[in-house]
Design a protein around this ligand. Structure first.
Ligand code: KG4
Ligand code: ZN
Length: 334
């Protein structure tokens, strides 16, 4: 089945075509980063308006690139949430309208499921089960993944997400938005051993995280040392964040007996995280899988892929469920 995937939950419009028989055919992305940069963060109303401008040209682009037409589509997948309401509505409205006009099914995809399954868009995908470290701008979770839709939460952040910590630290160091890539570039020129920052919850004995204290420690350091030391401070922050992420991920694998670890979400693009995780996991007999670099951050391919899995399952599933207990108040409004 040929599935069109549409991602519009935040500041990137992503559109892709995934074919269940032939894999990913085409994907296109428009990033609004330059537009939001003047404001130091995402402006929701501007994001929504820009998604409207981009979504149809990107759809035409992926169809043209793969030599397909709308008539070839078997389904449409879109990000249903979580995300910015207005931005989500653009993708959802376009996808639902298109599916209705073509008489094909539409499916709303959970944005994080998209990230979680993105390493499976590969010629050598990991087999189930695996532990997934989901590190995006809004979420930090360790998940045991036994199949599509079979997710057990092992631990998560109690406050800031990992990407949020990178972004806020970058802001403290005067690096602008989005902070993660800029911070890791600066950190590469710094000395990670000059300043020692805390490793929050490293030995808490569970799989939860906390990053807000680390951010406060950076603030204190910046006040004391000044921005002239920004590279060393960035390196110290990155070393602390990476150590906690690596240590907890490997502990989660050990705890669940998993020999495969998947890293997903924007922070998964971080070179130091990749390098340390791969090295330390190998020493424990754990194989680490990463999405293609371009699929670490938001994209349409992961939504098309997750949607294709869900649509394939829905089509094959000939069972039906009755609801012996069914609260009237839980019905969807029409
Ligand atoms: O997954 P994503 O594109 O969006 C969300 O769903 O949140 O992740 C974006 C986050 C941002 O916080 C960004 O700063 C971070 O991922 N990020 C990085 C890197 N590239 C993106 N953080 C650290 N190092 C990077 N190389
Ligand atoms: Zn995301």
């Amino acid at each position: 089945m040929l599935v069109l995937g549409v991602e519009s939950s935040c500041d990137e419009t992503g559109v892709a075509l995934y074919d269940s028989a032939h894999g990913l055919l085409a994907h296109a992305l428009y990033s609004q980063i330059a537009m939001h940069a003047d404001y130091g963060g995402v402006v929701p109303e501007l994001a929504s308006r820009d998604h409207i401008r981009r979504v149809l040209p990107l759809t035409r682009q992926v169809l043209a690139e793969s030599g397909r037409t709308l008539a070839d589509l078997g389904g449409v997948a879109y990000t249903q949430g979580p995300g910015l309401a207005g931005a989500l509505l653009v993708g959802a409205g376009m996808a639902r309208a298109l599916a209705y006009a073509l008489g094909i099914p539409a499916v709303g995809v959970h944005h994080l499921e998209g990230h979680l399954l993105s390493p499976l868009i590969s010629d050598t995908p990991p087999e189930f089960p695996f532990v997934a470290l989901l590190v995006s701008g809004g979420h930090t979770q360790l998940m045991l993944v036994s199949g599509v839709g079979r997710y057990t939460l092992l631990g998560e952040t109690l406050d800031d997400a990992a990407g949020e910590a990178f972004d806020k630290t970058a802001q403290l160091l005067g690096l602008g938005y989005p902070g993660g890539p800029a911070l890791s570039k600066l950190a590469a020129t710094g000395d990670a051993d000059r300043f020692k920052l805390p490793r929050p919850m490293l030995n808490s004995g569970d799989f939860d995280f906390s990053f807000s204290g680390l951010k406060t420690a950076v603030l204190t350091l910046v006040r004391k040392q000044g921005l002239a030391q920004a590279a060393d401070i960035a390196a110290a922050f990155q070393a602390a964040a990476v150590e906690v992420l690596v240590s907890k991920s490997l502990a989660a694998c050990q705890h669940s007996g998993a020999t495969r670890l998947v890293v997903a979400g924007g922070v998964g693009a971080n070179a130091q995280l990749r390098e340390r995780l791969t090295r330390e996991a190998a020493a424990r007999g754990i194989e680490v899988f990463y999405p293609r670099l371009e699929f670490c951050t938001d994209n349409g391919a992961m939504i098309a892929y997750a949607g294709a899995q869900r649509l394939a399952h829905a089509n094959r599933d000939l069972t039906f469920a009755v609801k012996p207990r069914w609260e009237l108040a839980t019905l969807d409004a029409v």
